[in-house]
Write a protein that binds this ligand. Sequence first.
Ligand SMILES: *Cc1c(COP(=O)(O)O)cnc(C)c1O
Length: 459
Amino acid sequence: MNPPTDPARMHRHDEETERLARAAFDYVADRTEREVPLDGPRPAAELDKLVGASVTRDGLGWEEALRRFTEVLAKATISMDHPLHLAYVPAAPTEAAVLFDLVVSASSIFGGSWQEGAGAVYAENQALAWLADLCRLPAGAGGCFVSGGSAANLSALVAARHRAATLREGRPARWRIAATAEAHSSVRSAAEIMDVDVLPVPGDHRGALRGEALRDALAADPEEGDGLFAVVATAGSTNLGVVDDLAGAADAAREHDLWLHVDAAYGGAALAAPSVHGLFDGIEGADSVTIDPHKWLFSPFDCAALVYRDPASAAAAHTQKASYLDAVTRDEWNPHDYAFHLSRRARGLPFWFSLVTHGTDAYREAVEATLTLTRRVAAEIAGRGGLELVFEPELSVVLFRRKGWERADYDAWADRQLTEGRAFVRATSWQGEPVMRLCFVNPRTTVEMVRPLLDSMFD
Ligand SMILES: *Cc1c(COP(=O)(O)O)cnc(C)c1O
C-alpha cells in the first residue's frame, strides 16, 4: 500500500498550476500569432515510438504530458485553419472565437438548461436569432447549438417525424423522407438510424433538387405519400457547393404537408453575403435549418446551429422526462429540449463572442471575400490550357479537371502536397469521374497562394 496522499491534490491551485497556466497561455499565444504549419498524420506505429503509453499509475507530470502533445501529437494533426487547407470543408476560426473558447472551458458551464446556464443560453440565443433572421424565419424561431451538422440533421428529422406521428392515426408501413443523391451522407445516416426509407428525388445537371422534380417524385410515389414526413433540401451541397431550389421545395412540401428541413451546414454562412443571398430565396419556408459555424462562420469545433420555425414541435419530440428532471424549470428556454442531448457544452458562445466583438458587417465581408477569392481561382483555372472547370462555382467550392489525369494522378499529387507541407487537397468524383475539388472558407487564403498550387499540377 502506498502512503495516503491528498485526494484533492489534482484540484489544488499551487505553483505547479501557475506554471502550467503560463505554459498553456504561451502555447495559445504562439498558436494564434504565428503562421501555422500544415502538419499531417503519422502512422500509429510511429506514434507508438514517440508517445508510447502515456496513461500511467503515477502520472507523467504536466511538463512531460504537454511536451508529448506539442512536440508529437499536435504535429500529427492537420491544422484545419491553414490557408491552403482546401480539402473537404476546412475551418478558419477567428482569434476572438478561439480565445473565448478557453474562457468557456474555464467557466464550467452547463449549457443544457436555463436554470443552470441562463447567461450562456441567453447569449447563444442571440447568435441563433441572427442566423434565424438571415433565414427570414418568423419571430419565435429558435433551437440550440449541437456538435455538428450530422447531429443537427438527425435531431431535426426526429422532430419532423414526431410531428407527423402526432398528426396521423396509426403507424405507416414505413416512415420516409424525400431527398436527392447529393444530400449529405449524414442525411442517409440519420434515415438509417431512424429506420426510415428515402424516396429518391432526381437532381438536375448539378445534382440540385428542383421544385418540379420534387413534385413529380411525389406525384409518382407508389405509396401515394404514405409515411412521408419530410423533404430534405441542401443549401450548399458538400461536393459541389450548389444550393437547391428552396422556394420550389418549400412550395411542394407545403402542398403535401411535409416538413421542410434545409441542410445549410456548409453553405448557410453565405446567407450573410449579399452577392449570393438570392440563391437562398425560399429558405424562409423551412421548418428547420442546419448551419455549422465551425465550417464557414469562423467558430472553432464543434459548433452547429439547429433552428426550428416552431420550436415547440421540436421540444415535444426531444424533451427528456425523469423524476430527477422534474425540478428543471419549464417556462424558460432549455437547449436540451431541442435536440438529442442533455448535458451540453455552451458551444455557441465562442461564435457569439466573435460575432459581438466584430459585428455582423465583418462576417458579411469575410464570407464575401472568400466568394470573391473562389471566383478568381475559377477564372484562373478557366484560363489555363491544361485545366478545365466542371462548373462555375455557385458558392465557395471549385470542381475542375487536370486534363489527362486519372484518379491515381490526383491522389499522388494531393499526397505530395501534404507530405511536403504545402497544402491539403483531396480529389472527389462527379458523375463517376474523378475531379479535383477545392473548398474555400478561410479569409486568409489568397489567389497568390493558390497559383503555385495549380502550377504544381504540371510539374
Ligand atoms: C458537413 C456537412 C454536414 C455534416 O456536418 P458535421 O458538422 O460534419 O457533422 C451535413 N450537411 C452538409 C451539407 C455538410 O456540408
